[in-house]
Design a protein around this ligand. Structure first.
Ligand code: GLU
Length: 481
C-alpha cells in the first residue's frame, strides 16, 4: 500500500472526570499520545462526562493540568460528551431506522426478579430477550405509563473477534452477549453507544485503553458495524497495580499526577517511568522524551499487569536530574526557593544573583527530586545556617580548643583573598596552608567548616561549596564559633 493510502493515525484519551487522575490513569493517555506522535498522527482528548452526578470541573482541570505538565497536549479537544447529545440522538435514530434497536418495557423489579431466578439456577444473569421482536413471536402487551429503554439487537449466532495489539486474537460468542441498553427511558444514550459514535466521528484509528474496557469491546464492535463502519484497531493495556499489588486507585492510596510535580519529579522522568510501566525498548531504562517518541510502538506493549515502584521512580528521576541542563534546573528551582525563603521571612532577591545554575550543577547528582535540590540550594541563600544538631555535636563540640585557633587562622587566610579571586583554587590553597600550619588533617577542619557554613558535615568538596556561598557569608559564619 502506498503511504498516501494509509490513513492518518488518530488516537484518543477518553477519561471520565470523576475523582482525580492518578498514574494508572495517565498511562492510558501516554501510550495513545506517543503512538500518534511517533507516527505523525493526531492525539485527541475527549472528556466522558455523561455521568453528571460524579463528573466535576475540578477533575477536568486536574486532567488538563496533568497533561500539560507532562507535555502531552492534545492536537484536538477537549471534546465533551455532554455537548454532543444531539449527535448521539441522531445516530440513535439512524440505528432505529435500520432496525437495530427495539423498545423494552421490562421494569427494574422484573429485571431484578429475572436476575435472582438466573442466579438461583446457576446461570449467568442476562436479559432474556422478552421484548426482542422476532418473526412469528408475539410480544407481551405494552404496559401503560412505562417509558421503554432501547436495546441493541445483538446477533444471536456466530461470534465477534478482533486482533488486540496486546491480548492477541480475542473472540467472543454472540450468545454470551445480551441485548445492551443503548438509550435510557428519557431517551439519553448510554455509555457504550456514545463511545462508538465519538470514535467514528473523531476518526479514531487506534483505541488504546485500559483492559477494564475489554468486555465493552465486542459490544462496541457490533455498534460500529450497525452504524456501517469498521471498528478501529484495539490495544487493551493491562492494569497498573500499586506497591501492595492492588489495582491502583484513589481508594488504595494513589496520588494525583500533579502531586508528583509538586514533590519535585521532572516531567520527562515521569514520562520515562510511565513508558516503562507496560512497554519496553530492549533493556533501555533511561531515555529522553524524543527517544521514547522515536521508539514507541504497539508491538512491545507488555501483556501482564505492571506494578508501580516508587523507589524506581525516584531512581529514574535522579538520572534525569543528573542529566538536566543547569540553567534549566535553576529555572525549575526558582519558585520552590522563593516560597521557602518567604516562609522563613527572607526576601527572594538574592535568587537572581546568578549562582543558581552552579549550585544546581554541584548538587544535582546527589539528589533524587527537585525538592531535594531545592533543600540544598536554599542553604546558599539563608541569612544564617541551620545547623544540624547531630553534626554540631560530632564536629563542633568535641575539641573546641583545637578548633578555635584553626578557624581563626583560616579566617585570616580567607580575608586576604581578593573578592574577585574568591575561587575554589584560592580557597583550597588557603585551606591547605592552614592545615599544615596547625598540624591538622583535612576532615578535622573541613567538617567543622561545613557545619558552620552550610549546617551539615556532608557536602561536595568544601572549596566549591565555600566559593558558592561567597566570601562575606563564609567569614561571617565562621566567626560565629
Ligand atoms: N471513559 C473511560 C474511562 O475513563 C474510557 C473509555 C475508553 O477509553 O473507551 O475509563
Amino acid at each position: 500500500m502506498s503511504a498516501s493510502l494509509t490513513p492518518r493515525i488518530r488516537t484518543r484519551f477518553a477519561p471520565s472526570p470523576t475523582g482525580f487522575i492518578h498514574l494508572g490513569n495517565i498511562r492510558s493517555a501516554l501510550y495513545p499520545w506517543a503512538f500518534a506522535k511517533a507516527n505523525g498522527g493526531d492525539f485527541i482528548l475527549r472528556i466522558e462526562d455523561t455521568d453528571q452526578e460524579r463528573s466535576t470541573q475540578a477533575a477536568v482541570d486536574v486532567i488538563l493540568e496533568s497533561m500539560q505538565w507532562l507535555g502531552m497536549q492534545p492536537d484536538e479537544g477537549p471534546y465533551y460528551q455532554m455537548q454532543r447529545m444531539d449527535r448521539y440522538k441522531e445516530a440513535l435514530a439512524q440505528l432505529q431506522a435500520a432496525g437495530y434497536v427495539y423498545p423494552c418495557y421490562m421494569s427494574v423489579a422484573e429485571l431484578d426478579a429475572l436476575r435472582e431466578k438466573q442466579i438461583a439456577a446457576k446461570q449467568k444473569p442476562r436479559y432474556d430477550g422478552t421484548w426482542r421482536p422476532e418473526s412469528g413471536k408475539t410480544l407481551p402487551p405494552i404496559p401503560e405509563g412505562v417509558q421503554p429503554v432501547l436495546r441493541f439487537k445483538t446477533p444471536t449466532e456466530g461470534s465477534v473477534a478482533w486482533d488486540d495489539k496486546v491480548k492477541g486474537r480475542v473472540e467472543v460468542a454472540n450468545a454470551e452477549l445480551d441485548d445492551l441498553v443503548i438509550a435510557r427511558p428519557d431517551g439519553t444514550p448510554t455509555y457504550n453507544f456514545c463511545v462508538v459514535v465519538d470514535d467514528i466521528d473523531m476518526g479514531i484509528t487506534h483505541v488504546i485503553r485500559g483492559d477494564d474496557h475489554v468486555n465493552n469491546t465486542p459490544r462496541q464492535i457490533h455498534i460500529f458495524r450497525a452504524l456501517g463502519k469498521e471498528p478501529p484497531v484495539y490495544a487493551h493495556l493491562p492494569t497498573v497495580l500499586n506497591e501492595q499489588g492492588e489495582k491502583m486507585s484513589k481508594r488504595h492510596g494513589a496520588k494525583a499526577v500533579t502531586q508528583y510535580r509538586d514533590e519535585g519529579y521532572l516531567a520527562d522522568a515521569m514520562v520515562n517511568y510511565l513508558a516503562r510501566l507496560g512497554w519496553s525498548h530492549g533493556d533501555d531504562e533511561i531515555f529522553s522524551r524524543e527517544q521514547f517518541l522515536q521508539w514507541f510502538d504497539l508491538e512491545h506493549l507488555g501483556s501482564s499487569a505492571a506494578r508501580f515502584d516508587e523507589a524506581k521512580l525516584r531512581w529514574v528521576n535522579a538520572q534525569h536530574l543528573k542529566a538536566a541542563d543547569d540553567a534549566w534546573l535553576a529555572q525549575q528551582l526558582l519558585p520552590r526557593l522563593r516560597q521557602r525563603l518567604q516562609a522563613s521571612g527572607q526576601t527572594a532577591e538574592a535568587l537572581e544573583d546568578g549562582r543558581l545554575p552552579a549550585i544546581a550543577a554541584l548538587f544535582k547528582d546527589r539528589c533524587e527530586t527537585l525538592e531535594d535540590l531545592a533543600d540544598w540550594a536554599l542553604v546558599f541563600y539563608l541569612d544564617a545556617p541551620r545547623i544540624n544538631e547531630a553534626d554540631r555535636q560530632q564536629h563542633l563540640a568535641q575539641a573546641p580548643e583545637t578548633l578555635r585557633p584553626a578557624l581563626a587562622a583560616l579566617r585570616a587566610a580567607f580575608e586576604v583573598i581578593p573578592a574577585d579571586a574568591w575561587q575554589k583554587e584560592a580557597i583550597s590553597t588557603a585551606f591547605k596552608a592552614v592545615l599544615k600550619e596547625q598540624g591538622l588533617k583535612m576532615p578535622q577542619l573541613a567538617m567543622p567548616v561545613r557545619v558552620l557554613t552550610v549546617g551539615v558535615a556532608h557536602t561536595p568538596s568544601v572549596d566549591a561549596v565555600l566559593q558558592l556561598l561567597g566570601k562575606k557569608k563564609v567569614l561571617k559564619f565562621l566567626a560565629q564559633f
